[in-house]
Ligand binder design. Structure first.
Ligand code: NG1
Length: 556
């Protein structure tokens, strides 16, 4: 495992496809798609793009729904990605403040290669011109220099483009004297299936953030702002994605930005964002299979994703109260912080994986305080407020004012049980990988120990699926069926990946069984019946960890 600080590395800007993918061989399957994008851009906009921003999707191997409790997760980038070709557009001075959006400072003509996503034209509004409405509070308007209208009620492709742009505008074009953003033409193409748990949304936001940085010259060596490293890009992309209405953790953006070919990433968020590579056993393959249930995270957020964020945050406060851990009245404390304070962790210092696992294990028995009268039925809003020890007014302000949620009962205990056990499974998964990589380099009996390790990794993945289904309630009948069929077809472990409620599964399959595994799942999963080979190839495929986000500078 490498411990170099990936977060401090600069954002890569390449001029060669070989560098984007790590080798000529790895780049070859992508060349046609990149050329088509450039040609199509030229056809539509009459000139070559200046840059192509690339951001990959990711598969989370283990560690589901614990990033927003600030526990470490273990994803890897997949080779499916979002590409955004872009170029600045010159606007004649007399047109500059014209009525049309595309002629305004920072005006964007955004097109998508996929015909179902219709072309869009939009321009950011300087804050002084934004009226305060019910949706936009006066305080929001004045806190930022620029405003972009993002529709949070329905899922629209351009919302993700706008979300990436938002942060670039408000971090890099602030203050009266600063230069105005350039008008931009852009063309998007994506191979990450939407709503499948492979994080197409984060890939879109990261690619968009990078495209607008590049096209405005912010990544050019002479202008590069010194703080624009990978860690800063992750923070910016997380903040940007909140604009679309999902209070995401940081896993997807971090893995899209910081991944390294051939390794998974162990990403921690507390006390600060760090990522280190974790080599996976050489004979292990990961196969992604789409359940074909589309989970619309934005639309269902109040019953699913955002509700889980609130349940885990309130759970953390109730646990802190029971453990006698000090927290501020208005502090949105997370489980990871409560664990650290309980264990006496020094501020700003990570207690380390071994100690963390020990503390987590010790605390599992204390989670019963999150149950009502010892039952597992969940608690009502009234009961939850009482357990928090806060007045209704303060509770509303801290936990409800920034998010819309919908539930009659809140499952504080079950959610906490999942978070604590899942956080431990991540630590055990990581340790198992590290053990196998050190044993393969030092002993000749490595094949049998590698096989044992793979079994162990598979067991952890199966336990994770069970916990997601029973305690975190983020699976669905189709995901349960698909993971069961995967195990029957020879997977040593299989689980949902990403937010769940639909989307994809990831299965750990010994390399020599991948083909027979895929063939059998194709034959047995009900929703795959009647699909042609191309559709099946899109729905189920083996994946290897790929490289992270970058910008490609198109040279003449
Ligand atoms: P998806 O929906 O699979 O991209 C979401 C969150 C992650 C993490 C997982 C669950 C966003 C952008 N991503 O992933 O941060 O919480 O769910 O582990 O919301």
């Amino acid at each position: 495992m490498s411990t170099l600080s990936i977060a401090n590395q600069p954002i890569p800007v390449y001029t060669n496809l070989r560098d984007v993918f790590g080798s000529v061989k790895a780049s070859l399957p992508h060349a046609v798609r990149w050329n088509t994008l450039v040609e199509e851009f030229e056809k539509r906009f009459g000139r070559k793009p200046a840059y192509i921003a690339r951001a990959p999707g990711r598969v989370n191997l283990i560690g589901e729904h614990i990033d927003y409790s600030l526990f470490g997760v273990l994803p890897a980038a997949v080779d499916r990605d979002i590409l955004i070709a872009c170029a600045p557009r010159s606007v004649a001075p007399e047109e500059h403040h014209a009525h049309l959006d595309e002629h305004k400072p920072g005006g964007v003509i955004a097109q998508n290669l996929h015909p179902k996503y219709t072309p869009q034209i939009f321009a950011p509004a300087p804050k002084a011109k934004v009226p305060a409405t019910d949706e936009i509070k006066d305080s929001d308007v004045h806190a930022e220099s620029w405003y972009l209208d993002i529709n949070k009620r329905e899922l629209r492709w351009e919302s993700y483009v706008k979300a990436g742009y938002y942060g670039v505008l408000n971090h890099h074009f602030t203050g009266g004297g600063s230069a105005l953003p350039t008008p931009v033409d852009l063309l998007v193409t994506g191979s990450v299936p939407a709503g499948s748990g492979l994080s197409s949304s984060a890939a879109m936001v990261v690619a968009s953030t990078l495209a607008f940085l590049a096209v405005n010259g912010k990544l050019e060596p002479e202008n590069a702002e010194s703080h624009l490293d990978k860690g800063t890009l992750v923070k910016l992309a997380v903040e940007n994605e909140k604009r679309v209405g999902v209070n995401s953790g940081g896993m997807d953006q971090a893995s899209s930005v910081m991944s390294d070919p051939s390794s998974a990433l162990y990403i921690t968020f507390f006390p600060s964002l760090t990522a280190s590579t974790v080599h996976l056993p050489g004979s292990a393959s990961f196969v992604i299979a789409n359940s074909l249930v589309v989970s619309d995270k934005v639309v269902s957020a109040k019953r699913h994703y955002n509700l889980r964020v609130v349940e885990t945050l309130v759970g953390a406060r109730v646990l802190a109260n029971a453990l006698g851990v000090r927290i501020g009245e208005r502090e949105k404390v997370t489980f990871r912080e409560v664990v650290g304070r309980f264990a006496g962790e020094e501020e700003g210092v990570d207690m380390g994986p071994e100690e963390l696992e020990r503390v987590l294990q010790g605390l599992e028995g204390r989670l019963g305080v999150l149950k009502r009268d010892g039952t597992e039925e969940g608690v009502t809003m009234e009961e939850m407020i009482k357990m928090s020890g806060l007045s209704k007014e303060v509770f509303d302000e801290v936990y409800l004012s920034w998010v819309e949620i919908e539930a009659t009962h809140f499952q504080l205990y079950k959610r906490a049980k999942h978070v604590f056990t899942e956080a431990r499974r991540v630590l055990q998964f990581r340790k198992t990988c590290l053990d196998v990589s050190s044993s393969t380099s030092s002993s000749s009996s490595s094949a049998s120990s590698e096989a044992q390790c793979i079994e162990r990794l598979g067991r952890l993945m199966n336990e994770s699926q069970q916990s997601c289904n029973e305690d975190f309630d983020c699976s669905c009948p189709e995901l349960n069926e698909l993971t069961r069929l995967a195990r029957e077809a020879g997977a040593v472990g299989s689980r949902l990946t990403g937010a769940g409620w639909g989307g994809c599964t990831v299965s750990l399959v010994p390399e020599d069984k991948v083909k027979s595994f895929i063939d059998q799942v194709k034959k047995t999963y009900p929703a795959y019946q009647g699909m042609n080979e191309q559709q099946l190839g899109e729905a189920i495929f083996a994946t290897k960890p790929g490289s992270g986000a970058c910008v490609f500078k198109v040279e003449d």
